[in-house]
Design a protein around this ligand. Structure first.
Ligand code: PLP
Length: 382
């Protein structure tokens, strides 16, 4: 198998597995008071300190969660429900992950606010002018991701943050695909916007993640998961000690090796794309052609060939049609449609996402596998 679906999930690194194995001995409840609890709590707090220092944030800004979706819910419901009544508009980009879009609509429904969707350019960049024209003293929250999971398009987070700050509106930035992957992502922005991390996107365990919420905003937010009051009241429930330790290790490795990782991803992506272009029998198109994208992500379409047919004809390569969360459903990618692709073009699009689970040696085999699959689909359609 040549796994090219790292934006959906990543294999755990061996050092992370070792850390998770070590954690099984820490079975005490970290919220308790006995010695077993204190051992677990010490490890959790030291992981919190390590992560805060890696990200350059205050440890009080960090909430452990089960992943990005939960962190998004804590953030979006929290800000929207906590916002004053006159701030009754939610501005969200059309290309957000469903975890953000669906949460915005649900939060709008429970709070009586309305959603305004921000369009994108044909190259997949959030339309900053639309944001500028629509943000106002009526805005409760702006939700704009830092890099798109399907196309890899990197957004103008600095500019978006500046606009949100001008109107004193909290920015929720879905950083799931950027932190630990994009070497140019500005970690210094984490102190002034709300962001998230998901362990399984950065070679850590599933079921572990972070909501990064500056203390200046915490007091204004509604707390949706109060429970036992853990995590400053934002995420009640027993802490996932193994997940937290694994996540800290994964983040450490991802950030400390990010420059080499990025170089490797760039080489793999470029070699794959160029070799594929000359190998396949049909015209191949790159989605989000003129935008800056994550160096591990490639969104391609093969003219006249449905992605669904192509994917089942791969023998070695594992890739996906769109985001993992929409795969299996009938509708084409909302991200590609928002960029102006036709339904047919969206249905022909495949996302290849490279990662630490593959190497340059895999590229010729992957290219051959994809071009053979194209040949098979063409043959069957004649
Ligand atoms: N946001 C983005 C951009 C994603 O790519 C994903 C996962 O695909 C999520 C949120 C949801 O992450 P999790 O699986 O940690 O809930």
């Amino acid at each position: 198998m040549i796994y090219l679906d790292h934006n959906a999930s990543t294999p755990m690194l061996d050092v992370v597995k070792d850390e998770v194995s070590r954690s099984w001995a820490l079975f005490g409840n970290p919220s308790g008071e006995n010695s077993a609890s204190l051992r677990a709590a010490d490890e959790v707090e030291s992981a919190r300190e390590r992560i805060s220092s890696l990200l350059g944030i205050n440890h009080q800004d960090l909430i452990f969660t089960s992943g990005s979706t939960e962190a998004i819910a804590i953030a979006v419901y929290g800000v929207v429900i906590g916002a004053p009544v006159q701030r009754n508009e939610i501005l969200v980009s059309k290309i957000e992950h469903k975890a953000v879009l669906a949460t915005c609509y649900a939060a709008a429904e429970v709070s009586g606010k309305r959603v305004i969707e921000i369009p994108v350019t044909p190259s997949g960049e959030i339309d900053v002018n639309f944001l500028l024209e629509n943000v106002s003293e009526k805005t409760a929250i702006v939700c704009c991701m830092s890099a798109n999971n399907e196309t890899g398009v990197i957004q103008s987070t600095n500019e978006i943050l500046k606009i949100a700050k001008t109107f004193d509106v909290p920015l929720f930035c879905d950083t799931t695909q950027s932190i630990g992957k994009d070497p140019d992502f500005a970690l210094e922005n984490l102190g002034s916007m709300i962001s998230v991390v998901s362990g399984h996107k950065i070679y850590g365990p599933k079921g572990a993640g972070l909501a990064l919420i500056p203390r200046s905003l915490q007091g204004k937010m509604f707390k949706i998961l109060s429970g036992g009051g853990q995590e400053r009241g934002f995420r009640g429930g027993t802490l996932n000690v193994s997940g937290i330790l694994g996540l800290a290790k994964a983040l450490d490795v991802s950030l400390s090796t990010i420059a080499d990782f990025d170089l490797e991803m760039t080489r793999m992506k470029m070699e794959f794309m160029h070799a594929l272009e000359s190998a396949v029998q049909v015209p191949m198109h790159l989605n989000a052609k003129s935008a800056k994208t994550l160096n591990n992500t490639l969104s391609l379409r093969f003219e006249g060939i449905s992605a669904e047919d192509l994917l089942v004809n791969f023998r070695e390569v594992v890739a996906s049609r769109a985001s993992a969360c929409t795969t299996g459903r009938e509708e084409p990618s909302h991200v590609l449609l928002a960029m102006g692709l036709t339904t047919k073009e969206a249905e022909q699009s495949i996302r290849f996402s490279f990662g630490r689970g593959c190497s340059l040696d895999d590229i010729p085999v992957a290219v051959r596998d994809v071009s053979d699959a194209v040949d098979r689909v063409l043959l069957l359609s004649r």
